[in-house]
Design a protein around this ligand. Structure first.
Ligand SMILES: Nc1ncnc2c1ncn2[C@@H]1O[C@H](COP(=O)(O)OP(=O)(O)OP(=O)(O)O)[C@@H](O)[C@H]1O
Length: 302
């Protein structure tokens, strides 16, 4: 289809016999803002490196704009900001921006790039080596935009940013989205994915374990929870709760018990009817964190 920007079909990537990406297929359409999530080592960076043409898949097919990713015509239309930010220290910011613009056939205007970085006139005259870490990241962001790309990749873009820089970053992303750009990012801050992404692709052990809107993922995966402090509660009472038909299991976390259930009202009724000696009752439902944990983390299940 015309508007498919990125496509992976049955992609496998192994490193010396170890599988990093295990039979992954998905496609991303023009204008989507997609978060790629997953614990460390899940295969996110390897997947992005294949999309950028920096790694070859061991098996399967990766295409960007329906072409091989490592082709110049494709690379001209992609911007990326990866975790390692390195810029040419000896040049002034202004010179670096001009240099990067010169690499592309239809660059973004210099003024526009500067406005996206939020740099002041004085910053433009600084040598890159004199920039703070935060300013280097802003410069790297501008360099990702230099070619006025159709497709943007950001790997953990907000790591190390303070709250106001983070807000500014997402505001800018919103502007880019409004211009019809396709944006793919990874993050360990699930709240960001929930707030910003229209779609989440969740990786675990090299495979895609979920793919949908944040609301769909929360709705599909997140059970509801009743949790309480149970200092005075005895083991028999816990086992009795565990046997209830609406309770799927009970987790002990520190001094709290967390009951997973599809009917929080019924659980509360039972706690009160049986006058169980619990305190600090909390109800939780629909958090992306829970969906993420259910799919990717092990907890002590009793
Ligand atoms: N160049 C490489 N050589 C050998 N193994 C690698 C290489 N790159 C990645 N791996 C392994 O592949 C697996 C997936 O790694 P990858 O970096 O893609 O995960 P990730 O989801 O991006 O993790 P993180 O959130 O830590 O960046 C890991 O087990 C990693 O050790």
């Amino acid at each position: 289809m015309e508007d498919i920007m990125v496509e992976l079909q049955d992609v496998i990537k192994t490193f010396k016999g170890k599988t990093a990406v295990d039979n992954v297929s998905f496609s991303i359409r023009k204008g989507e803002v997609v978060a790629i999530l997953g614990p460390n080592g899940a295969g996110k960076s390897t997947t992005i490196m294949m999309l950028l043409g920096l790694l070859e898949p061991t098996k399967g097919n990766v295409s960007v704009f329906q072409q091989q990713p490592n082709n110049n015509k494709v690379l001209e239309r992609i911007g990326a900001m990866l975790q390692e930010v390195s810029v040419i220290d000896a040049l002034k910011v202004k010179e670096i921006l001009h240099l990067f613009r010169s690499y592309y056939p239809r660059p973004m205007s210099f003024e526009e790039l500067v406005s996206f970085t939020g740099f002041e006139e004085g910053d433009l005259k600084k040598r890159a080596e004199k920039l703070s870490i935060g300013q280097k990241r802003r410069l790297a962001f501008a360099l990702a935009l230099a070619g006025d790309p159709d497709l943007l990749f950001f790997d953990e873009p907000t790591v190390g940013m303070d709250v106001s820089s983070r807000n500014l970053f997402w505001k800018t992303i919103d502007e880019l989205r409004a211009r019809g750009k396709t944006i793919i990012f990874t993050t360990h801050y699930l709240q960001e994915a929930d707030d910003v992404a229209e779609r989440i692709i969740l990786f675990h052990k090299g495979a895609v374990v979920e793919d949908g809107t944040p609301a769909e993922i929360k709705g599909r995966l997140t059970k509801k929870f009743v949790s309480f402090q149970g200092n005075g509660i005895n083991r028999e009472a816990v086992f009795a709760l565990k046997k209830l038909p609406m309770v799927s299991h009970i987790i002990a976390k520190g001094d709290r018990f967390i009951l997973e259930t599809d009917d929080t009202d019924a659980v509360l009724r039972i706690i009160f009817e049986k006058k169980l000696p619990v305190s600090g009752i909390e109800l939780e439902q629909g958090r992306l964190e829970d969906a993420f944990e259910q799919l990717t983390e092990k907890k002590e299940v009793i």
